[in-house]
Ligand binder design. Structure first.
Ligand code: SF4
Length: 62
């Protein structure tokens, strides 16, 4: 399972970074980057929480 970001919707408010800073990062230009590759089994719950809490509905898991 991977994290997919809709960059047209993301407004770089950092909610996901606060939930899972090991998977999401905002750079100096407020560009969101996400961890590449499959989500570790023990991190799926936090990834799902980030998806649920994103105020712009910019995240999904696939
Ligand atoms: S919570 Fe959503 S809108 Fe905010 S930085 Fe993360 S993906 Fe972007």
């Amino acid at each position: 399972m991977k994290i997919i970001v809709d960059f047209d919707r993301c407004e770089a408010n950092g909610v996901c970074v606060g939930i899972a800073p090991d998977m999401f990062e905002l750079d100096d230009d407020d560009q969101l980057t996400v961890a590449e590759g499959d989500i570790a089994a023990d991190r799926v719950a936090d990834a799902e929480e980030a998806v649920a809490q994103c105020p712009k509905a910019a995240l999904r898991l696939a």
